[in-house]
Design a protein around this ligand. Structure first.
Ligand SMILES: Nc1nc2c(ncn2[C@@H]2O[C@H](COP(=O)(O)OP(=O)(O)OP(=O)(O)O)[C@@H](O)[C@H]2O)c(=O)[nH]1
Length: 188
């Protein structure tokens, strides 16, 4: 990197129902590791430098605890966040239904109509599918979000998730030179 070139910082929150594979996705992206065992997450932060459109970005990824429809959105997972990764499992209709719930909580909290976001259908290596690709795409279209299906187990489309969310963030960056607004949330 040229001395004058500054690393752009971007912060992403990974949200979704319990056990959909958020941590597995993040760990595969950050460290290229895969764990079969399930360890519920409280909250973990990771950093990775990625290149997008020839520029280097220092990406902070927040792996959050699983949500349900009763969960209150943690302010830390909306304020100062540039892009959102919303994960459901293609093997769980309930987790798919949670995506709109979480999306709506974020836009309500931030007082905006849409957010830079990628919707992720995880665990496509499993044969017990409950949510079709068409349903995933339709949900993403409704919410003006990017969409992709992944398998953390087989490292399928994992890097693409973060490429897509970075793309959604940079799309909203006016000049694509400066920093885009971080979720446009204000603390009063
Ligand atoms: N077959 C398969 N299993 C997966 C995949 N991703 C995650 N799992 C499994 O699903 C279980 C839950 O994965 P986690 O990554 O811990 O899920 P999480 O969403 O972080 O869970 P919470 O911390 O409770 O929110 C674990 O047993 C993983 O091994 C995948 O791509 N394929």
């Amino acid at each position: 990197m040229a001395p004058s070139e500054t690393l752009k910082k971007r912060k992403f929150a990974v949200l979704g129902a319990r056990s959909v594979g958020k941590s597995s996705l993040v760990l595969q992206f950050i460290d290229n590791v895969w764990h079969e065992n399930y360890y519920p997450t409280i909250e973990e932060h990771f950093n990775k430098t990625v290149t997008y459109n020839g520029a280097k970005y220092d990406c902070e990824v927040i792996d959050t605890a699983g949500q349900d429809s009763e969960s209150i959105l943690n302010a830390k997972h909306a304020i100062g966040i540039h892009g959102f990764v919303l994960v459901y499992s293609v093997t769980s209709r309930t987790s798919f239904d949670m995506i709109q719930v979480v999306y709506d909580k974020i836009i309500d909290f931030c007082g905006v109509t849409d957010i830079p976001c990628v919707i992720v259908g995880s665990k496509v290596d499993l044969t017990t599918r409950q949510v079709s690709a068409e349903e995933g795409q339709a949900l993403a279209k409704t919410n003006k979000a990017a969409w992709v299906e992944t398998s953390a187990k087989n490292n399928l489309n994992v890097a693409k998730v973060f490429d897509l969310v970075l793309g959604e963030v940079e799309k909203n960056s006016p000049s694509q030179q400066g920093d885009p607004p971080a979720s446009r949330c204000l603390l009063m």
